[in-house]
Design a protein. Sequence first.
Length: 96
Amino acid sequence: MVIEFLTFRIPIDERPDWMQVDEATWSRFLERQDGFVRKQIWVDVDDPDHIHAMIEWESLEQWKAIPHDELAAVDVAMGTWMREPTCRTFEVVRDS
């Protein structure tokens, strides 16, 4: 299992609209991808302008197999709500 951990800066007053568009575009796209397990959205309690997307994948290979042109098309579909995230990758070594 691999975790894709994205952090976005979304002002709190824009959060409902951003989350609605993200759900309709990225979440629907990810659900159709081989190896996708689940996606959660977290809000940083200490800094509510930061939203974290935790996306679980069965493997790094399945995640990275998504064609770049398809990823770019989803970014375009986000329209003015597209935000460039920071991305970190984690490997799950134990799940208790």
